[in-house]
Ligand binder design. Sequence first.
Ligand code: ATP
Ligand code: MG
Length: 466
Amino acid sequence: MKIETENKIIKKIGEIADSRNVSAYLVGGYVRDLIMGKEGVDIDIMTEGDGIQFAKDVSKELGAELNSVYKNFETALLNYENYKIEFVSARKESYDRGSRKPLVETATLEEDLSRRDFTINALAASINKNNFGEVIDNFNGLKDIEAGIIRTPLDPFKTFDDDPLRIMRAVRFASKFNFRIEENTFKAITEMRGRLTDEGVVSQERITNEFLQILMTDKPSVGLDLLYRSGVMQEIFPEIAELEGVDQRNDYHHKNVFYHTLKVVDNISTKTDDLWLRFAALVHDIAKPRTKKFVEGTGWTFHSHEEVGARMMKKIFRKLKLPMTKLDYVEKLVRMHLRPIPLAKDDVTDSAIRRLAAEAGEELEDLLTLCRADITSKNPDKVSKFLENYDRVEKRILEVQEKDELRNFQSPVRGDEIMELFGLEPGKVIGIFKHRIEEAILEGEIPNEYGAAKEYLMKIKDEVLN
Ligand code: ATP
Ligand code: MG
């Protein structure tokens, strides 16, 4: 099979390779995405032989400057136009069990492809002129893309043992492409999951980075559920895994909070690409397991779970090494996620509405987005009724805000100035002038500006004074 691309940079790099007698290949994600019909901006170029030297040659020909060179890994990075081009020498790796830092040795193209994480990522395409676009597919990656399967090229147990971060990557790709993880690969993930959190093997930052990328996929529940079912969630984010507990007492049982949460995250992901709003959706009910109580005659209660949940955030942010600048935001949404519910009633006072708006501040819109996503009833009539309730809350907020704006609204020409202009003493007539200006603005006769107001004032002067 041959791939096609209109990408001029890739063609150009191919020509440079020809002129230096270098065999160069596109590899990894770019090839995979191209086959799936998308062209990205991250381009990985592999050469047999000295990749760094080739990177230098390419930069020189393009009149650009290499951004960085990593001698240890035999890689170099070039940012060119809007592309991020990474050059690598074909290499093989062996691992020291105590860390995931590989010992790197140069190798053939075939050896290089076999050290890659998944068959769908172990594809290469030549960019030399004589066989431009020819795909090298030693592990049936094309078939796996077609069938939607994540599978390691070699023994999955060894693959995940060598670099446990690949566990997270497997789940991320499954979630991103809605692919399934092949059985033996999934078994290895389940078995090797403990390696992910072994001291000094994979840094928390890298685990978190993959986790957040899973949260940014179109349907995060695919990845989150895989993390749970493989036992990885229990390792990396046990508070989320604990949401799964369901208790039954007498005739009462409560909704499975984990699957409810996944639904909320999927819902919100159709509305926003904001990572932290998605994260807030993920953790909004996080304290339900620790606040649940069975009350005879009432059933299950989760008193104060929103407050307890908000207070859990700091520790979670620290442990996952999340940016502390986002802590307040997430805490606020968790803390307030129940607040809009009672406001949907007709007999709610303006001041209750005003208090919610003031407290939520900038986050008001996100809070309502979260509340809407939190509706996971299977009954479509209920869903539309609840959504309408929030529409009503939103409308009430707008009404109240409008009213407040009008109340605070004042003539752009102040009373003092009117007195001075017309040589008047304080008195009723000043108020009349101001009121006339305000009315003219509200009626849209003049714009809400000083100059226009003053002009209007002059126009009505005689009429009012007479
Ligand atoms: P994307 O950039 O869309 O997230 P990608 O497949 O390009 O996906 P990168 O992290 O950019 O992923 O890595 C480029 C290529 O390097 C991958 O396609 C894969 O072949 C290889 N690779 C990256 N990380 C690993 C790893 N931990 N183990 C083995 N191979 C890896
Ligand atoms: Mg990439």
